[in-house]
Design a protein around this ligand. Structure first.
Ligand code: HEC
Length: 146
């Protein structure tokens, strides 16, 4: 009996621990995983550009142009990757995305337009451009990300 309850307790612990891992980390649903990967690439491009804009990294025109291109490409993918309303405990997507779909798509297009408008050939251009780009991230996250 004692052994049994110990097994029970350890099973409960494992279940609890894995729930915590899922909640904070990797999504299991492939559709959710793909859209989170897409956002991670947006985040990576923003980190490269933001590092230069904030004088935390030296300006590198080739790297800035590459990050800009990656951001535009990722932004263009937003509607396709988010359209299926998949869910996962690790997801931070709000259901309002699908009830306000047109608005969500418009906010994705705003990111794409801001990235396209950025002059990545100069540090001044990246600084000015990242202000606008950052605003579009915030606009969408405030409404559609938990
Ligand atoms: C059109 C809306 C929209 C725009 C614009 C947008 N995001 Fe997101 N972002 C989301 C949503 C929704 C999620 C949550 C997705 C999920 O968890 O299923 C998210 C999640 C993320 C994540 C977490 C990814 C992960 O690992 O779970 C990062 C990082 C991120 N966004 C960065 C950015 C940055 C940086 C920008 C701007 C350059 C940006 N996003 C612009 C909607 C947007």
């Amino acid at each position: 009996m004692k052994l049994f309850s110990r097994i029970l307790a350890s099973t409960a612990f494992v279940a609890l621990a894995s729930t915590a891992v899922f909640a904070e980390g990797e999504a299991q649903d492939p559709t959710v995983k793909a859209r989170m990967e897409l956002m991670k690439s947006v985040g990576a491009a923003a980190k490269t550009l933001g590092g230069m804009a904030g004088d935390k990294a030296p300006f590198d025109a080739a790297a800035a142009e590459a990050a800009k291109a990656a951001m535009i490409a990722a932004a263009a993918e937003i509607p396709a990757r988010f359209e299926p309303q998949a869910s996962d405990p690790a997801s931070e997507a709000k259901p309002e995305i699908w009830s306000n779909w047109e608005d969500f798509v418009a906010k994705g297009a705003a990111l794409k337009a801001a990235a396209e408008a950025m002059d990545a050939s100069t540090l001044e251009g990246v600084k000015a451009g990242m202000g606008a780009v950052g605003g579009t991230c915030k606009e969408c996250h405030t409404t559609y990300r938990m």
